[in-house]
Ligand binder design. Structure first.
Ligand code: PMP
Length: 393
C-alpha cells in the first residue's frame, strides 16, 4: 500500500539548511533556519538551564509519568511569565505540549471541537507551518493581509479591513511579538483596536507567542497578549519555550486557554483529552527545567540576564546592518531593519536577488527574503550589506 504515497513537498526552510551544509565555501553565512546563534555561530545551552539540569539530575528519583496535561507548577510558572502575576487562575486552563508547534496544533483541535464550523484567520504572511498544519487538518482558513511590502511595515488599515469579515466563533491567529517572517509588529494601540474588533465580532483570538524576550524584553513582548487577555472573554495562547530558554530539541510548549469560570474544568479536561488522543503525555524534561528556572530566584535572574544579552546582541546587529546600508545606499530605506523586532526581518528582496546572494556571496536566506538576524555577527554584517546592494535590492 505504501507505493500509493505521494512525495511531500520538502519543508523549504529545512531544505535550505541541507543546501547550506553542502556548500563548501568557508565564508558561507546561514540566515535561514529560525534558531538563535551567538557570534561564533553556536546555539549554546543557556547557563541557567545547564545548572537546572545538574540539579535535576541529582534530585530526580523517578521518570514515571507525570500529569496528562503537564505539571500544575509548569502551568503556573508559564501563566505568570506570559500573563503576569495577577493572571486569572479561575478562568485559565493549561496544557503542556510538544513545543509551540504542539500548542498551536492542540489549539486548532480544541477550537474545532468547540465550533466545527469555525474559520481560522491567519496573517499573510505567516510562519509556513501554521498553514501546512491547517491544510493537513483540512481546517478551513482565510488569510488577512498583514505586511506592506513597500514600507516593510504592518499594513494595519488593510489588516483591519480584512478582519471585518470575521464571524462570531472564528479564530483569529495573531503573533504575540517578533512576527515570523516579517519582524513587523503591532503597536499597543493597534492591539487595542484589534481587541475592540474581535470583541465586537465575538471572535476568539489565538496568540502564538514563540519569541517572548527576543524583541523588546520579557514584559514588553507580552504586552499585546496581556491586553487581549484582559479584554476578551475567550483567548487561546500557544507559548513556546524553544527560543527564550534555548531548549529547542526538548520540545517544550504550553497552551493556555481563557474561558468563563464555569467552562474552565471542561476546557481543562478537553485539553488533557487532546494530549491523550494525540501522543498521551507531553515531554517533561524541558517543562521541568523551565519550571525550575522560573521559580528559583537565582536561576531566574541568571536566565533573564542571559536572555537580555541575546536580545541586545540581535538589536546591535540590526542597528549595525541598518547603519551599513544607510551608508552604502545613501538613503534611509533600510532603516526598517532597526525598527523590526525578533530574530527575523523580511528584506523585501525578489527571489532572484535572494538566489544571487546565495550564488555570488554564499549568503543563505529563505526564498521570501526572510533573514535570521542571529545568523550574523559584526564581521558578516558588512558582507551582507554589500551583497544586498550588489543584488540590487
Ligand atoms: N510559532 C512560530 C511563529 C514559530 O516561529 C515557531 C518556531 N519556528 C513555533 C511557533 C514553534 O516552535 P517550537 O515548536 O519549536 O517550540
Amino acid at each position: 500500500m505504501f507505493n500509493s504515497l505521494k512525495a511531500q513537498a520538502p519543508d523549504k526552510i529545512l531544505a535550505l539548511m541541507g543546501q547550506y551544509r553542502a556548500d563548501p565555501r568557508p565564508e558561507k553565512v546561514d540566515l535561514g533556519v529560525g534558531v538563535y546563534k551567538n557570534a561564533d555561530g553556536l546555539t549554546p545551552v543557556m547557563r541557567a538551564i545547564k545548572t537546572a539540569e545538574k540539579q535535576l539530575w541529582e534530585a530526580e528519583t523517578s521518570k514515571s509519568y507525570t500529569a496528562l496535561a503537564g505539571e500544575p507548577a509548569f502551568h503556573a510558572a508559564m501563566a505568570e511569565m506570559v500573563l503576569g502575576a495577577d493572571y486569572p487562575a479561575d478562568r485559565l486552563a493549561c496544557l503542556a505540549t510538544v513545543g509551540g508547534t504542539g500548542a498551536c496544533r492542540q489549539a486548532f483541535e480544541l477550537a474545532r471541537m468547540a465550533n466545527p464550523d469555525m474559520t481560522v484567520w491567519v496573517s499573510n504572511p505567516t510562519w509556513p507551518n501554521h498553514l501546512s498544519i491547517l491544510a493537513f487538518m483540512k481546517q478551513e482558513y482565510k488569510l488577512y493581509r498583514y505586511f506592506d511590502n513597500d514600507a516593510r511595515a504592518v499594513a494595519f488599515d488593510t489588516m483591519m479591513e480584512d478582519l471585518q469579515a470575521v464571524k462570531a466563533g472564528d479564530v483569529v491567529l495573531l503573533h504575540g511579538c517578533c512576527h515570523n517572517p516579517t519582524g513587523a509588529n503591532l503597536t499597543l494601540e493597534q492591539w487595542g483596536a484589534v481587541a475592540d474588533l474581535l470583541e465586537a465580532k465575538g471572535a476568539v483570538p489565538m496568540i502564538d507567542l514563540a519569541y517572548q524576550g527576543f524583541g523588546d524584553g520579557l514584559e514588553d513582548d507580552a504586552a499585546g497578549t496581556r491586553l487581549i487577555a484582559s479584554r476578551l472573554p475567550e483567548v487561546m495562547i500557544a507559548a513556546s519555550c524553544s527560543k527564550n530558554f534555548g531548549i529547542y530539541r526538548e520540545r517544550t510548549g504550553c497552551l493556555m486557554v481563557l474561558s468563563d469560570a464555569a467552562s474552565k474544568d471542561v476546557t481543562q479536561g478537553t485539553l488533557a483529552y487532546l494530549n491523550r488522543q494525540n501522543y498521551s503525555f507531553a515531554p517533561d524534561h524541558g517543562a521541568r527545567l523551565v519550571t525550575m528556572v522560573l521559580t528559583d530566584a537565582t536561576l531566574k535572574a541568571d536566565w533573564m540576564a542571559e536572555l537580555e544579552e541575546v536580545r541586545n546582541g540581535m538589536l546591535g546587529l540590526r542597528e549595525q546592518l541598518a547603519a551599513e546600508l544607510r551608508q552604502l545606499s545613501n538613503s534611509d530605506r533600510f532603516d526598517f531593519l532597526a525598527r523590526h523586532r525578533g530574530m527575523f526581518s523580511r528584506l523585501g528582496a525578489s527571489p532572484e536577488a535572494v538566489e544571487k546572494m546565495r550564488v555570488d556571496n554564499a549568503i543563505y536566506m529563505v526564498g521570501d527574503s526572510r533573514l535570521n538576524i542571529a545568523g550574523l555577527n559584526t564581521k558578516t554584517v558588512p558582507l551582507l550589506a554589500r551583497a544586498i546592494i550588489d543584488a540590487g535590492v
